[in-house]
Design a protein around this ligand. Structure first.
Ligand SMILES: [Zn+2]
Length: 358
């Protein structure tokens, strides 16, 4: 193997963890063991493993929940679930959660090595054949603007393994308590798996030149986005228009820039791309409603309103729910479906399985 496979083991039994680490280290793998599943997500970010091995049952958490935590950080990462005894219930549950493989304890070392090597190899090959992940920057004037406009699209990017950043330029003092809105913004970004850059410009007085321009330019220089979403110019809210103008200047070197709809968009908002968000609509509604202080005062935050808008725009696009975009600039393919490592892996495994069964 060219570069050693990186493996994370989540197992509360130190003897089992030690055994797995010993066997795989002898094969040249780099193995990190964690007795406390609470570190699963941090470990994913830190070690970027090729395979995760988890126990099915640990105090306070199940292996199924571990799969979800792992995939939220890096979609497509292979997960091996270990069980102490063969149980049909566990197997069905783990399969539903898309575990890649089961191993029944005590695990013969040859099986362990074979499974880990195969999954790591498949994962690396699938990644190598994929385009580089996008770096997405969604810019909004106030907390919740981005979720309302492109919440579904951002969830799509996350599920394709793209990095998502949110830049929010004010803390929304006019629409509620700053401390409350700030907390809501972080909760929502966490749910999305996005990094939040939260600035503190005065709500309702955001300027279209400085300091707005420099704040956006600073984030652009730091993260080098390949795709940007921002407010439309066709919007009644002056903050939204100001952010639109500043962002267009600050992102002029970015390959793809488009504008999203807000509850304050005017009839001049004229989208020319409609992105299907069917599988992300429920989660989008949760993201929007994580801004609890706004749900109480805004009709735009109700499930009905979000659902109706997505249904309406779908008449121009595919599927039954769409988010509309005005394209400012697009010198590349914006579709996130093509970069889905998880899907590619699934297809690869299905092909293998059908070969085996012949
Ligand atoms: Zn706003």
């Amino acid at each position: 193997m060219s570069e050693p496979y990186r493996v994370i083991v989540i197992e509360d039994d130190p003897d089992v963890a030690f055994y797995i680490k010993t066997v795989l280290t002898k094969q040249g793998c780099i193995v990190q063991t964690f007795h406390d599943p609470a570190f699963a997500q941090q470990a994913m970010r830190l070690y970027e493993p090729d395979v995760v091995i988890t126990d099915i049952e640990m105090p306070g958490i199940t292996g199924i929940q571990v799969i979800e935590l792992v995939r939220a950080v890096r979609p497509g990462t292979p997960v091996v679930v270990m069980t102490a005894h063969v149980s049909v219930d566990y197997a069905v549950e783990a399969l539903r959660a898309n575990a890649d493989e089961f191993l029944t304890k005590p695990i013969p070392s040859a099986d362990l090595i074979a499974v880990v090597t195969r999954l790591a190899d498949e994962f690396r090959r699938a990644k190598a054949s994929m385009p580089d992940p996008e770096v997405v920057l969604a810019i909004g004037a106030h907390p919740d603007d981005v979720e309302l406009g492109v919440g579904g699209i951002l969830l799509g990017h996350r599920s394709a393994g793209d990095a998502v950043h949110i830049l929010t330029l004010s803390r929304g003092g006019k629409g509620g308590q700053v401390s409350e809105r700030q907390t809501e913004a972080f909760v929502s970004a966490e749910m999305l798996g996005a990094r939040l850059h939260l600035e503190d410009l005065p709500d309702s007085e955001i300027a279209e030149n400085e300091p707005t321009l420099s704040l956006i330019a600073k984030v652009v220089a730091e993260i080098r986005p390949t795709i940007v979403y921002v407010h439309s110019d066709h919007d009644m809210h002056q903050d939204h228009r100001a952010v639109h103008k500043a962002a267009l200047l600050a992102t002029r070197a970015v390959r793809s820039v488009s504008c999203y709809q807000s509850p304050s968009s005017t009839v001049d908002f004229r989208p020319n791309r409609f992105v299907a968000i069917d599988e992300f609509l429920d989660k989008k509604i949760q993201l929007v409603q994580a801004h609890k202080s706004q749900v109480a005062v805004s009709r735009a935050h109700t499930s009905d309103a979000l659902l109706a808008a997505a249904r309406y725009w779908s008449r121009f696009g595919d599927g039954e729910a769409c988010e509309p975009l005005e394209i400012v600039r697009d010198s590349g393919d914006l579709s996130f479906g093509s970069a889905d490592v998880a899907l590619a892996l699934k297809a690869h495994r299905q092909a293998q399985a059908s070969q085996l069964s012949q």
